[in-house]
Design a protein around this ligand. Structure first.
Ligand SMILES: Nc1nc2c(c(=O)[nH]1)N[C@H]1C(S)=C(S)[C@@H](COP(=O)(O)OP(=O)(O)OC[C@H]3O[C@@H](n4cnc5c(=O)[nH]c(N)nc54)[C@H](O)[C@@H]3O)O[C@H]1N2
Ligand SMILES: Nc1nc2c(c(=O)[nH]1)N[C@H]1C(S)=C(S)[C@@H](COP(=O)(O)OP(=O)(O)OC[C@H]3O[C@@H](n4cnc5c(=O)[nH]c(N)nc54)[C@H](O)[C@@H]3O)O[C@H]1N2
Ligand code: SF4
Ligand SMILES: [Mo]
Length: 880
């Protein structure tokens, strides 16, 4: 069965087949987005198809009810609130992980029939600035480029994107493009040295949030050097004003603002100016900013002015994060747009009233995500229906979000998992079908629509999101407009609306798909929109004719006044905290957290900082530290690395209360947002740091997931089938704390007797039940051997002693996992390097690491440099 990966916006095609071990997942060799490749998350999808932790039936006030009762209850309670307070007292908060069909129905219900604009989505935290940027410049939210462009480009700029980890298959295409064309130059613009710098000919570690200055300076450089495209210029509006706004941004001034050597700035400008085929890929380092929209326009200005758009290998290419962030943009998931990429104009409202046969279409944009949760906190919005997102973890100002959800009169959550930080606040819980069960379409970064197909029966009573919404709509009295029996019917309606009275005025047009039969929809091959009379087979690249979507057909340059972060670092809050993703986890970990091998690369939340900052603040490597902002605090482990610029921290966004105590980074992030897009500034929060002391730190290995006695800090890691490791830190005597977990019938082996050192292994009927290790600092353990002892109880007294000591019985420990596909550890790799494996290929041959998805290749290269610096240089002969 062919389907599409439910994680990132690369949108890889996946083939699933059942075998004796379960589901075998591999890349679809015929899908144009990935041509058979998958990253480690995609490759592990089969392991997420488990009933573990799933929400299986509807619940009202914590009790199991029938669907009938749950749907009646949702409809009645929404109705009552609307009657009392009007439609703007209710809101939907949706997600780029819904399918297009789900999104269409949610938007139609809220904006078309309840009559409020209050439907927004987690894409507000993700793509909103890019949407605003494209609309202001091109007149439409239309991404001009495609992945094919990688192979045609002369220069590729990655700005605010760690694609090596976040769009891994697209990144592997970049690697391949560079192998095929060694003249290709790659520039990475990122305050930290991310894994993506592995491919960089030039890395610009600019000061946090200073990209606006850098791109304004680029525009000035292009203008001064005569690099404006004379054929494009007549097609551009506001050129004079925009150049005037950039006129003061000399390379010296840019270098100062970005804290970069002027020569490096000029080198970047030279590369951009001299090459005709330049592709700029950007992501959250640009969008998630209090001036995110203007940064997007600064990038677009440079491309438009120099004519680097609409041709193979050049263009401004915003990478989408979620599998269907783009589909949500098409269907009207954002509060400030209507359906089919229409804005709130009287003409469009009228058009929708006629198309939907409704006289209640919303006439005003609704509340954007952060504003929405603030309005909930103030009691103005009294009911919220959250679907496919986990705002208690992912929205900024997390403490305020939790308070708002706590106070909210009616919280409805459609989820696939039973326990999330958000579902803890739900009055009504509705079980949704997950990937593999649900059926519909998604659109990736390059506007390519692909099918997600169902291939397993739903768990429990889970239902499709579109069905749940349509059932509620019917109960609210809108049966005629919500009577679909099959998702293909919804898709046809959506496609028809995109073409309705369009006449070439709206970029999003898939009217060519409006007549698909259910069967044709089911077999739909990946296709890039527009799909209409002009482009019946879809369209790879937009704007090749230099016609844009503003009424005059021109594109607009936009004068930009570069702004830094809303709040700068200060004496009291001296460090700038950056947040983002790690390679093997997806967002709030609801699925990737189930797969032990995806927790091997990083198993705990961490705070990455420069060793100089660690020295300054008295922080020991691997110590637990507390960071605090004006809004909240968290505790995680210090990870010292020169990849960070002094003065900056990096913290992963993923950990939450299901996996860790005090590990939610969004509690610290301020709710500042871009005035144009409403997107929050998730990348720059001033914080302070201090060591955090506990009397002891420990590790606890147990079968099954147990409830622990209260603890200051813990972190949960599923390490193998049914075996969990907890990392712990607490005050007092570890023996006292452990007592509550021990069963009287167990046999105990113990060593040590105080806080500085205490180990215990519990046995019952020949099985290891529990292993506990505590010490003043983090105990150094061989996890693999300990887990092996749970699976195969050690027989000899030597190996029992080794288990109690927490060490390998024989041989070396593997160290931190680097390659998750083959479970290869750092120590194994280091040993192979010392014995002469000095290239990734040699390591791959010997240990297999890096030979599957390739996501760990940047780390393998770094280890080669670390463990054999001179030889490595001689072998690779790398030029920079
Ligand atoms: N493994 C994994 N992959 C994912 C996801 C995931 O959860 N896990 N999520 C998906 C989603 S929804 C999204 S939106 C994408 C996000 O994909 P990315 O945007 O690539 O990921 P992030 O780690 O959020 O941030 C990217 C980079 O921006 C840099 N940055 C921070 N501040 C600045 C700045 O001021 N200027 C510049 N130029 N750079 C800055 C950070 O250091 C970081 O390296 O990833 C998608 N892919
Ligand atoms: N500090 C900081 N915060 C950030 C970011 C950052 O870089 N830094 N990035 C932001 C970005 S770009 C994003 S996209 C967000 C992501 O943040 P969220 O959207 O909150 O994260 P997810 O874990 O993907 O949440 C999806 C939820 O939907 C459930 N789910 C999965 N499939 C389905 C389905 O088919 N139907 C239903 N009903 N539910 C389903 C999952 O179990 C999960 O609980 O985080 C944002 N927050
Ligand atoms: S690159 Fe993205 S879409 Fe492709 S397999 Fe990995 S997570 Fe899935
Ligand atoms: Mo995102």
């Amino acid at each position: 069965m062919k389907t599409t990966c439910p994680y990132c916006g690369v949108g890889c095609g996946v083939e699933v087949n059942a075998d004796a071990q379960g589901w075998r997942v591999c890349g679809d060799a015929h899908h144009p987005a990935n041509a058979g490749r998958l990253c480690v998350k995609g490759a592990a999808l089969g392991e997420t198809l488990t009933p573990a932790g799933r929400l299986l039936w509807p619940q009202v006030a914590g009790r199991r009810v029938s669907w009938q009762t749950a749907l009646d209850s949702v409809a009645e309670r929404l109705q009552a609130i609307i009657q009392r307070h009007g439609p703007d007292a209710v809101a939907f908060y949706a997600s780029g992980q819904l399918l297009t069909e789900d999104y269409y129905v949610a938007n139609k219900l809220m904006k078309g029939f309840l009559g409020s604009g209050n439907i927004d989505t987690n894409s507000r935290l993700c793509m909103a600035s890019a949407v605003t940027g494209y609309k202001r410049a091109l007149g439409a939210d239309a991404v001009p480029c495609c992945y094919e462009d990688f192979t045609h480009a002369g220069v590729i700029v990655l700005v605010g994107s760690n694609a090596a980890w976040t769009h891994p298959v697209a990144y592997q295409r970049l690697v391949q493009a560079k192998q095929q064309n060694p003249a290709l130059r790659v520039v990475v613009i990122d305050p930290r040295r991310s894994a993506s710098c592995d491919l960089a000919d030039l890395h610009l570690p600019l000061s946090p949030g200073s990209d606006g200055a850098l791109f304004n300076g680029l525009l000035r450089w292009l203008a001064q050097g005569g690099y404006g495209d004379s054929a494009m210029l007549p097609q551009l509006a506001q050129v004079r004003e925009t150049l005037a706004a950039a006129a003061d941004w000399t390379p010296e001034r840019v270098a100062r603002a970005c804290q970069l050597p002027q020569s490096e700035v000029e080198r970047f400008y030279g590369l951009f100016a001299e090459h005709q085929r330049v592709l700029t890929l950007w992501c959250m380092g640009i969008n998630q900013s209090s001036s995110g929209s203007d940064k997007c326009n600064a990038i677009l200005n440079a491309h438009l002015f120099s004519g680097k758009i609409g041709q193979p290998g050049s263009g401004p290419f915003s990478l989408t994060g979620q599998p269907n962030a783009m589909g949500g943009r098409e269907a009207g998931g954002l509060a400030n747009q209507l359906a089919a990429q229409m804005d709130f104009t009287p003409e469009n409202i009228d058009r929708l009233q006629r198309f939907w046969h409704s006289d209640r279409v919303a006439t005003q944009p609704g509340l954007k995500a952060v504003d929405l949760f603030q309005a909930i906190g103030r009691g103005e919005v009294k009911a919220v229906w959250i679907m496919g997102t986990n705002p208690a973890v992912s929205l900024p100002d997390g403490n305020a979000v939790a308070q708002a959800l706590q106070r909210c009169e009616l919280v409805i959550v459609s989820e696939v998992m039973r326990a999330t930080d958000t579902s803890a606040f739900a009055d009504i819980l509705l079980p949704a079908q997950a990937w593999g069960e649900k059926n519909g379409t998604v659109t990736n970064s390059e506007r390519r629509i692909s099918r997600q197909r169902a291939f397993v029966p739903p768990q429990g009573e889970a239902r499709p999101d579109w069905w749940i919404l349509a059932q509620v709509a019917q109960r609210l009295g809108y049966a005629a407009a919500f009577s679909w029996q099959h998702p293909a019917e919804i898709f046809r309606e959506h496609a028809a609306l995109s073409g309705f009275e369009n006449n070439g005025r709206r970029a999003f047009d898939i009217s060519g798909l409006a007549q698909l039969s259910n069967d044709e929809w089911d077999r739909l091959q990946p296709v890039q929109w527009p799909v209409n009379a002009d482009f019946p087979q879809g369209c790879a690249r937009l704007f090749s004719t230099r016609r844009f979507y503003h009424p005059d057909g021109k594109a607009r340059l936009l004068p930009v006044a570069p702004a830094g972060p809303r709040v700068a670092a200060s004496r009291r809050w001296p460090l700038m905290m950056n947040t983002g993703r790690i390679r093997d986890q997806w967002h709030t970990m609801t699925r990737t957290g189930l797969v032990p091998r995806l927790l091997q690369h990083y198993s705990e939340p961490f705070i990455a900082l420069h060793p100089d900052d660690a020295l300054r603040h008295g922080i020991w490597p691997d110590a637990l530290v507390r960071i605090q902002s004006r809004h909240g605090w968290m505790i995680a482990r210090a990870s010292l690395t020169e990849d960070q610029t002094p003065g900056t921290l990096f913290v992963p966004m993923h950990w939450n209360q299901q996996y860790c105590a005090e590990g939610n980074v969004d509690r610290l992030v301020a709710p500042w947002r871009c005035p144009h897009s409403g997107q929050p500034e998730s990348k720059q929060t001033p914080v302070r740091i201090q060591p955090w002391h506990s009397d002891w730190q420990g590790a606890l290995f147990v079968r099954d997931n147990v409830t622990l006695a209260p603890l200051c800090w813990w972190c949960r890691v599923p390490v193998a089938d049914g075996i969990t490791r907890f990392t712990l830190a607490h005050q007092g005597d570890p023996r006292r704390w452990l007592q509550a977990l021990l069963q009287p019938e167990w046999t105990l082996q113990q060593a040590g007797d105080d806080r500085a050192f205490y180990h215990l292994v519990a046995w019952h009927q020949g099985e290891v039940k529990l292993a506990f290790y505590a010490a003043a600092r983090r105990p150094v353990l061989d996890d693999v051997s300990i887990v092996a002892a749970f699976q195969q109880p050690p027989a000899s007294s030597a190996s029992r002693f080794a288990l109690l000591a927490g060490r390998a019985v024989q041989g070396e420990t593997r160290g931190k996992t680097v390659c998750s596909c083959f479970g290869t550890g750092e120590q194994q790799i280091a040993a192979a390097i010392r014995q002469g494996a000095l290239t990734c290929a040699a390591l791959g041959q010997q240990l297999k690491c890096g030979t599957n998805c390739g996501s760990c290749l940047p780390e393998l290269k770094k280890l080669i440099e670390q463990y054999a610096p001179q030889q490595a240089e001689a072998v690779s002969g790398r030029s920079v």
